[in-house]
Write a protein that binds this ligand. Structure first.
Ligand code: NIG
Ligand code: FE
Length: 405
């Protein structure tokens, strides 16, 4: 017997590799990995079965890359069900924020929570997403808004990555809301974040990227720019909550700083689309937040398509605008509300989501050298993964070359 050169080989799968411009389907495909990397992909008929230590027969099931949720606020304490009730009765998200609720309510809850309570509450949500086939997730801070509490959140994010079989990317959302201690002094807060918080967080290696909320109830374009300049000096990539509730020309700024992604984008204009296209910035669409806020203004999807801007889809999981603990519900909503095609959505939660995290060379598609992250689904058609809202789970999940049990 020759020594096996692959840890495992999975054969007889319909593999949606996500290579090329569409699903990159290999009907009757097989894939092999060694350690945490893919080492062979091709037709089942050519599969090097004799070289594999273990062979799995997928019996014609669909295989996709592991799903990537590239925009979440998964780490938080408590919930905002009371505000939900107020909104049902007519109050708007902005009304609640201006009255000191909204993000501020969660900031109070996070500051009060012990680190272990924060970890435990967040991990429950993480496990729900993992069962749906999520193998990489981005998690933002931004409910601490002071050095200690932001560090507490970021430590929890890193700990989630250590304890669970998935990739976790941490984003320091320094400019999320103005903390009460800086009321009326937004510029001072921005100075504080740039001078005292971001350098410490970056120095400890706790952030992979930074993010800001550029909006009327968030921060201005000029304030966001100062924050981005600091990030650039430190060497951290930027992302931006842009044009969600109003148009602050956030996309133009994102483009100028070569942002990994600009997210939400309901109020994006033609110039903004152009800026994203020129910079190669990913447009991350968040249909769950659109739905929960009962928005009516759609992101300019056709213009994004025509300009060739890569589109990703994410859950935005958070206690205010997207209490939806499901990437798959968001995949369905992206089709139903935004009229993205199932193919666009599947690319949006794999290859384009990887790109929104700067990880496109590492994961998001099934090709030699990429991370061995994949899901096996007993569905007849890829579109079925977007068709159901709830109840769809992969039969088997491989993350980093290991099958999750
Ligand atoms: O992505 N827009 C700002 N941030 C979040 C909402 C956070 C919250 O309401 O707690 C979002 O929608
Ligand atoms: Fe968000």
């Amino acid at each position: 017997m020759p020594r096996p050169v692959f840890d495992q080989l999975w054969t007889n799968a319909r593999i949606a590799t996500m290579c090329g411009d569409d699903l990159g389907m290999i009907e009757h495909g097989a894939i092999a990995s060694q350690n945490e990397r893919i080492t062979w992909v091709g037709f089942a008929a050519d599969a090097p079965i004799a070289d594999a230590a273990v062979v799995h027969d997928c019996a014609g099931a669909l295989m996709t890359p592991g799903l990537i949720d590239c925009h979440t606020h998964l780490v938080f304490a408590g919930n905002r069900a009371q505000e939900f009730e107020m909104r049902v009765q007519g109050a708007t998200y902005e009304d609640i924020a201006k009255a000191g609720g909204g993000i501020q309510s969660t900031v109070s809850a996070v500051r009060e929570a012990t680190e272990s309570a924060l970890l435990q509450q967040s991990e429950q949500r993480l496990h729900v997403l993992m069962r749906e086939g999520v193998t990489t997730i981005e998690i933002k801070s931004g409910y601490g808004l002071d050095l200690e509490s932001e560090l507490k959140m970021l430590r929890v994010v890193r700990e989630l990555g250590r304890r669970n079989a998935l990739g976790v990317v941490t984003t320091f959302l320094g400019l999320h809301a103005l903390p009460a201690a800086f009321a009326g002094r937004a510029d001072d807060y921005v100075d504080h974040v740039c001078g005292k918080i971001l350098p410490v967080i970056a120095g400890k290696g706790m952030a992979d990227a930074v993010d800001a909320f550029c909006d009327e109830i968030g921060f201005t374009q000029a304030q966001t720019q100062r924050f981005f300049e600091t990030a650039r000096r430190i060497g951290l990539p930027v992302k931006l909550h842009a044009e969600q509730l109003s148009n602050q020309q956030g996309a133009a700024l994102a483009g100028k700083f070569g942002a990994l992604s600009a997210d939400h984008l309901e109020h994006l204009d033609v110039a903004g689309v152009d800026a994203l296209a020129k910079a190669g910035t990913v447009a991350v669409l968040l249909p769950g937040a659109f739905y929960v806020l009962r928005e009516t203004k759609l992101p300019p999807i056709d213009a994004l398509r025509k300009a060739g801007v890569p589109i990703a889809v994410a859950s935005d999981l958070n206690p205010g605008t997207s209490p939806i603990v499901s990437l798959q519900a968001n995949m369905h909503l992206a089709c139903t509300l935004f009229r993205l095609t199932p193919t666009e959505v599947l690319r949006g939660v794999t290859v384009n989501a990887a790109r929104a995290l700067g990880l496109q060379e590492d994961r998001g598609s099934l090709a030699v050298g990429k991370r061995a992250d994949w899901c096996v689904w007993s569905v007849a058609e890829p579109a079925e993964l977007c068709y159901w809202m709830g109840g769809m789970k992969p039969d088997r999940i491989v993350a980093g070359g290991k099958e999750r049990k």
